[in-house]
Design a protein around this ligand. Sequence first.
Ligand code: FE2
Ligand code: FE2
Length: 286
Amino acid sequence: MGKDAHHRSAPCDGGQGGCILPLFATWGASFVDRPWREGDIDVAVKLPSSGALPEGQSPGCDPSGLILVHRIFRWLYRELPTLVREVQPGDLDRAAIVGDYAKLDFFALHLHHETEDTVLWDRLTARDPACGLHVDRMRAQHADVASQLARIEPQLGPWVATADATLRDAFARDIDVLRDTLLAHLGQEEDDIMPVAGAVLSQQEWDELEAHTRAALIAHRKELPKDVMSLQLGLLLASLPEGERDEWFRANVPAPIRVLYLLLMKRRYDRAMLELYPDRPVPAMV
Ligand SMILES: [Fe+2]
Ligand SMILES: [Fe+2]
């Protein structure tokens, strides 16, 4: 993937959605640029099922932001089993901290897959029936991930409540298996789905990933930590090679959010990383 593939072609004007990546960064922009309206959830969830492009839209979009989001998931799930295993038996404070981040990782993965299930699959097969086999495989892999999460998530509470070593090890082992399933899935999605999506979906359709995610995040905002926006943006920046971050930041993040990040959100992100990695450097994402 070339350097420019992560960038939208036009600089972001902080306008009506679609100016930064789906799933993580857009939430911050949306709160500032577009006051929440009740009807937005309907707009985001009720998608047309037709194979035809909506009038006035043309095929061809830039799906490369998905690569950054996938990098974040690879990193989160690569690191999580280690973080869990490092919690010493009986250390309830540390188990609570790692448990909070694990919960967020599980929420983000559910949301990412639910968004793709809702926005992408039917539309891709309607538009390009030849990709049906790939889409079926993606659906099956999402179902596999969901059933593993259903086995893993109930283990979180009992482990956090006791910091018991046996519970910890079983929890970490199941996350290892999920990580391997997820790594295979993310790679196949990038190889088999992204090129089709880039060719047959309009940019407006691709941007519905973002609208759907925004609606779901807002619907769940009371369950999420206050600094989740700072985490999203900080992780997105971490998903880029250091030399590309400034340019990506300017091209994809609206000016008010850039200022907010530099004044406040970056400190929150750094604090979260220090909480998660108090005695070793934060593992690099790229
Ligand atoms: Fe997926
Ligand atoms: Fe994905």
